[in-house]
Design a protein around this ligand. Structure first.
Ligand code: MG
Length: 245
């Protein structure tokens, strides 16, 4: 009897194995396309466009197209207050953007007046740069906020004088022929490696007063803000992406 039972179990197991054997692991392997290989030079991926690596501002211009008035010293780019924003000569749509910034060591001002600058995607949508280390302001205006639109999940700000990192993924908006937005812009932000904004759907162009509204645009420069404070930048690179399929 035991032999009979064992034989039945064996038959069952063999049958089960035959059923599963009809699918081979190879049948779900996809080999094409093969992702392009990226190498690294001082941490910068080989498919990135370097916007500032400490050696001058050839990738940048003033709003009027002139040489930027900001200062470059010891490989560091610093806002020269009242000289205006700087913008890339190149225009971008969807991007991955890496920006390192530093609040002034000498602490002056309060709230929005302390270490204020900003990174504008498509020249319109501001990821706030602010000394938010020990400086309360409205939450949707602190460091790594999407200015006046989204509060960061946490405050990952480092002390004034310490270098900080923004890694931003920006999906540019799309518009119809009449200029109405059909696909809003989306932003994800890591602040010092910490996720602070995930796939946020933007409500329109950053507005200081009133509600944000969209205005139709195509590829546009990246812009760094002069808000009157000597905020510094270094190691800025961007990867052009195409995130809408
Ligand atoms: Mg700002």
């Amino acid at each position: 009897m035991n032999t009979m039972k064992s034989a039945l179990v064996l038959v069952f197991l063999l049958a089960a194995q035959l059923t599963f054997a009809q699918t081979k692991p190879e049948e779900t392997e996809v080999w094409e396309p093969e992702p392009e290989k990226v190498t690294f030079n001082n941490g910068v991926p080989s498919d990135a466009m370097i916007l500032f690596n400490g050696e001058g501002l050839s990738a940048w211009e003033s709003e009027s197209g002139d040489t930027p008035g900001w200062t470059v010293s010891d490989g560091v780019l610093t806002v020269k207050p009242q000289t205006g924003v700087i913008q890339t000569k190149e225009k971008f749509g969807d991007v991955q953007l890496h920006v390192e910034w530093r609040s002034p060591t000498e602490i002056t001002g309060e709230g929005q007046g302390r270490g204020n600058s900003g990174v504008f995607l498509s020249g319109r949508y501001e990821v706030q740069v602010l000394d938010s280390y020990n400086n309360r302001t409205y939450s949707n205006g602190q460091a790594s906020s999407i200015y006046k639109q989204y509060i960061p999940y946490v405050n990952a700000t480092k002390a004034p004088g310490e270098w900080q990192v923004y890694d931003i993924i920006f999906v540019a908006p799309e518009f119809d022929d009449a200029g109405n937005v059909t696909e809003p812009a989306r932003i994800t932000v890591f602040h010092n490696g910490v996720l602070v904004q995930y796939d946020r759907e933007l409500k329109g162009t950053t507005a200081y007063i009133g509600q944000p509204e969209y205005e139709a645009h195509g590829d546009s420069p990246l812009v760094l803000q002069d808000h009157g404070n000597p905020v510094s930048y270094r190691n800025i690179w961007v990867r052009k992406l195409d995130l809408r399929e």
